[in-house]
Design a binder for this molecule. Structure first.
Ligand SMILES: Cc1ncc(COP(=O)(O)O)c(C=O)c1O
Length: 395
């Protein structure tokens, strides 16, 4: 499916967050001054989602916001953007299925910002978030960075939140590219001008490096060793990567065949789900039991509670050139203090590729080869052959 050059989204009113904060046109007027009539495009392109977030937060900060509530299980660059924009990150908890744990949000100050994350395109309960934000008068940023091409029913996941962020560079072959989508009609008129100012940013260097990588992509796993994902990654960037979005990235975004991407990823996800639910590999299970309708996740999250098995899986995958990895690069404070158990969640989850240019058959073949080797390494294979129940492997 290709989209028209100018994407304009007109949501039916009941699908809007209906301004959790500001909760009515009047309050928008009070906070930002009267809303302008003009309604420019709702999509603003940035090189990176965290750079778009930074820009939005800078504007929000000027309007008096001070705090951003965000999950502790989050990428360091998100916390970086918040701090660099002059706001304070306050972390809340998510459970092992990446759902918000509401008791960790008992104390929130109204008028501040709430950031929800659509982990890997798996969807969150947007109605619950919307009601929470409305009740607490919070501005809702829906971080849909992983959710390009994902839908809830017929609705694109970028349409949720007062604004949403989608880092489409994670899915499409674009050097960079993320989009800030303003879903709130008043904010659209108010923020458009400031967000467009980022067109003056400089272009990101490294064009040829990216082009070479694209050409070599099919053989990259065989010539470059994957990182050791059992070690926490180093912080991604010292400061926000505020570059102009590559003009080609915009075109790729607008022309991408979302339907094909969705179908292929769902197909691969389902194939992996069948493999892990088959009971052949008792050391791991899918982190999320059912695939919500419309979801086409970016990766397949696998729960491996035992630390030894988790390490064995990642190291074997690395040897066998399977792009299985951990996520995220946690903010250093969260990593140090394991805020809300985020480090434990990190060290018990592996993300399997759903893409890697493989068909579902090839993907399942590669993954089962790794899983078989792990079974042997953990001594579970022989137990299984003798028909014994596997004991827990040591920590
Ligand atoms: C949930 C989430 N939000 C935002 C970002 C930032 O995206 P970008 O790298 O495009 O800035 C990431 C990065 O991986 C992420 O995982």
């Amino acid at each position: 499916m290709s989209l028209p050059e100018k994407v304009k989204i007109n949501l039916p009113p009941k699908l809007m967050s209906r301004a959790p904060w500001p909760s009515s046109g009047k309050e928008v007027g009070q906070k930002f001054g009267p809303a302008k009539k003009s309604c420019e495009s709702s999509h603003f392109f940035f090189a990176y989602a965290h750079a778009g977030l930074f820009r939005v937060l800078e504007i929000m900060h000027q309007q008096g916001s001070r705090i951003v509530y965000l999950p502790a299980f989050i990428c360091d660059v998100v916390a970086l953007a918040i701090r660099q924009a002059g706001l304070v990150p306050r972390y809340y908890a998510v459970d092992s299925c990446f759902r918000i744990l509401w008791p960790s949000l008992r104390k929130v100050a109204s008028g501040e910002i709430f950031l929800s994350v659509n982990y890997f395109g798996l969807q969150i309960d947007t109605a619950e978030v919307r009601n929470f934000c409305r009740k607490k008068k919070l501005f809702w940023i829906h971080d849909n960075s992983h959710g390009f091409a994902c839908r809830r029913g017929a609705i694109d996941l970028g349409n949720f939140g007062d604004i949403s962020l989608t880092s489409f560079r994670k899915v499409l072959p674009a050097r960079n590219g993320a989009v800030v989508q303003i879903n709130h009609p008043h904010l659209r008129a108010l923020l458009s001008h400031d967000l467009m100012a980022d067109r003056d940013l400089r272009a990101e260097p490294g064009r040829w490096k990216f082009a070479t990588k694209q050409i070599l992509r099919p053989i990259l796993p065989w010539i470059l060793r994957l990182p050791d994902f059992t070690q926490p990654c180093k912080p991604t960037a010292p400061s926000v990567m505020a570059y102009r979005a590559d003009p080609r990235a915009r075109r790729i975004f607008l022309r991408a065949d979302r339907h094909r991407i969705r179908t292929q990823r769902r197909h691969n996800y389902r194939a992996l789900q069948t493999l892990w639910l088959g009971g052949k590999y008792p050391f791991a299970k899918p982190a999320v039991s059912a695939l919500p309708p419309g979801s086409s996740p970016l990766v397949f999250p696998l729960r491996i509670p035992d630390l030894q098995a988790w390490r064995a899986f990642l190291q074997t995958a690395r040897r066998k050139r399977l792009d299985a990895h951990t996520w995220p690069t946690l903010p250093s404070k969260v990593l140090r203090q394991s805020t809300h158990g985020a480090k434990r969640l990190w060290a018990s989850t592996v993300f399997l590729p759903v893409h890697q240019d493989l068909t579902s058959q090839e993907l399942v073949g590669r993954v089962s080869k790794v899983a078989d080797l792990v079974m042997t390494e953990l001594g579970l294979r022989s137990l299984q052959k003798k028909g014994k129940r596997p004991a827990r492997t040591g920590k």
